[in-house]
Design a protein around this ligand. Structure first.
Ligand code: ARE
Length: 576
């Protein structure tokens, strides 16, 4: 039995509230009921037998609309996680969101994450225009492109990467197949990571200033690409004039935007002094940063950004007497959509992704919990802190499936799935340079549901310089991109290119629903399904014999059927 967010099962894919929607279960069963929640009560309605399964048309009573199926002869319920004899928990009912839901362009889109200071220096004249800033009491240092990052002081070390550099390499990125960029902050800030902005309405001059941003956006849009910015709305930089004013004048309106304690300290991101936390219990703060006409949330979308990745999304408006995270996330989402109806707003939710996403807050979240962590734990034997772990293939599948099925139907296809980012060690380094395993990880990333994000340099096998016992992400995962092609791992690059091309050519890979297939100690596999088309995805840790129906081997580009041996990734499109 199968039901997911694709044309066979849900029509229209995203209904308006109150509009009728047809829900179809692919099954051999002949009769059953839809069980749905209406105003907090459970209702049941008989299903109609149609070609390929059972269906029913119902109004979108609420958003999310929560429902599951009951099959009368089989005496089982079919809910998000599969079929079972007892009534499933309501959080395992299917959750269908009403319009407006996820923007079409972001569904299954391939992202590329750039840490601007380290990607490419396209205009060396920028540095001369920049002020000599001091960060945490130490002057910032300009490093040569090929000099290694000094551990501990990464934030002081500027390499001179800029927006012109990114613009110059749009051809490189498109050749790889990338459709959208996610940039970590580009605001004027003393540190090289720029999470401590001192101005929210301009582009850092080191990056080329506002003109460079406008040129980048124009070029990118002309190529049909999109750009998502890092929205840092939980805290601002301590050098920001608002915070400086607050320090000088505790009775000023600016001071009311922060939380000062009796002992003179103040609320800050993880207690980091350079990142004072914004207090949204004060309506002025909401107006200034999120809601007003000149609020940065609106400003940058008007300037051409296609969406936001919200830094520490779960912390915004949490703590103290604040007015509540859920409401603020909705406000950011709504205001972004007001400026651009196609804006894609996803969160950095490190911990619980599902609760917020079911409440119609955001279009998705960075998928550490439900993708990067389990996959990398499984393949590397170490977790994100570097602790040895033992994860079986059965367990990794169970974790992926559990997270996937807990999400609202649309959001499943917009989760920002990833293997690495600027916060955690590079995947190839975590795998101790094992290219075979890295290719397998990339294979899963690019054939799993979601909007996969490639962290700059991972596609050419960029490693990091620390030794394996010193398990740190930042700053060691923020090395400069080597533009000398002799330093690229071409095998990895053509692999990524091939996988992206397949993903774009085969709708089932790009946006198909997900179903389990065989899982054993050394084999992970699943099915992707879209409008009657089916792709079987295999990840074999050891040589394994598969038994296949008539299919196309998408990686080899030839027809196959029956028994065959596989090691590594296999992608097979079934013959209809
Ligand atoms: C700097 C140093 C660090 C040092 C830290 C504290 O580089 O080595 O530990 O200061 O003094 C930005 C910069 C960082 C900088 C930080 C503070 O990029 O380089 O660190 O500011 O100045 C948790 C949060 C998650 C957050 C990560 C970093 O849940 O939201 O920590 N990620 C965002 C951004 C960061 C950014 C900030 C927040 C702040 O993506 O780049 O940091 O704006 C486990 C834990 C998670 C933890 C995660 C990663 O999974 O469970 O809670 O995430 O590891 O560390």
């Amino acid at each position: 039995h199968y039901h997911d967010w694709e044309p066979f099962c849900v029509d229209p894919l995203t209904p308006e509230l109150g509009e009728e929607v047809t829900l179809r279960l692919r099954t051999r069963a002949k009769e059953g009921y839809l069980i749905l929640e209406r105003y907090g009560e459970v209702e049941r309605r008989p299903l109609k037998a149609v070609k390929g399964g059972l269906e029913i048309t119902v109004p979108m009573y609420s958003s999310p609309l929560r429902y599951c199926f009951f099959l009368s002869r089989e005496r089982c319920y079919v809910s998000s996680g599969g079929s079972q004899g007892t009534m499933p928990r309501y959080d395992r009912f299917f959750h269908l969101l009403s319009a407006p839901s996820v923007p079409e362009w972001a569904v299954g889109a391939v992202f590329y994450q750039i840490f601007p200071d380290r990607f490419k220096n396209g205009d060396p004249s920028n540095e001369a225009k920049a002020a000599q800033w001091v960060y945490e009491g130490r002057p910032i240092v300009k490093k040569g492109w090929d000099e290694p990052v000094e551990p501990k002081f990464g934030a002081h070390q500027h390499y001179g990467g800029d927006l012109e550099g990114i613009r110059q390499e749009l051809g490189y990125l498109q050749d790889l197949g990338v459709e959208a960029l996610y940039l970590t902050p580009i605001l004027p800030s003393p540190s090289s990571h720029r999470y401590d902005a001192l101005d929210y309405l301009n582009t850092d001059v080191r990056l080329g200033g506002n003109e460079a941003f406008e040129r980048l956006v124009a070029d990118l849009h002309a190529r049909g690409m999109k750009i998502v910015l890092d929205g840092v709305f939980n805290h601002i930089g301590s050098a920001h004039p608002d915070f400086q004013k607050a320090l000088k004048d505790p009775d000023s309106p600016e001071a009311g935007q922060f939380t000062f304690h009796a002992d003179g300290t103040y609320a800050a991101f993880f207690g980091v002094k350079t990142l004072p936390k914004l207090d949204y219990a004060n309506p002025l703060t909401v107006e200034r940063w999120l809601d007003g006409y000149h609020a940065p949330v609106r400003h940058w979308i008007r300037k051409g950004a296609d969406g936001w990745r919200l830094d520490v999304a779960h912390q915004i408006g949490e703590g103290g007497t604040d007015r509540g995270n859920t409401e603020l996330l909705r406000l950011i989402h709504r205001n972004s959509r007001e400026e651009n109806p196609e804006a894609f707003v996803f969160g950095e939710l490190f911990f619980d992704t599902t609760e917020k996403l079911r409440q119609h807050t955001l279009d998705g979240s960075m998928h550490y919990a439900g993708f990067a962590n389990p996959v990398m734990e499984w393949l590397s034997g170490r977790n994100v802190y570097g602790w040895p772990v033992q994860v079986s293939t059965q367990e990794v599948w169970a974790t992926l499936w559990d997270h996937y099925t807990a999400l609202p139907l649309q959001v499943r296809q917009c989760m920002y799935t990833l293997l690495g980012s600027h916060d955690i060690p590079r995947p190839l380094w975590r795998l101790r340079g094992d290219v075979g395993k890295f290719k397998l990880a990339l294979g899963l990333l690019l054939s799993f549901p979601g909007a996969p994000g490639i962290y700059y340099g991972d596609e050419i096998g960029l490693e990091q310089a620390n030794d394996y016992d010193d398990f740190v992400g930042d700053p060691m995962c923020r090395g400069t991109f080597p533009w000398d092609e002799r330093r690229w791992n071409q095998e990895v690059r053509s692999w990524v290119r091939q996988l992206i091309a397949l993903r774009k050519a085969v709708p089932a890979l790009r946006r198909g629903g997900l179903q389990p297939l065989a899982v054993s100690n050394t084999l992970l596999s699943f099915r992707r399904i879209y409008a009657g088309e089916e792709v079987w995805v295999y990840a074999a840790l050891e040589p394994t014999v598969l038994e296949l129906p008539m299919a196309t081997d998408l990686l080899a580009g030839r027809e196959v059927s029956g028994r065959l041996e596989l090691q590594g990734l296999g992608l097979y499109r079934l013959k209809r």
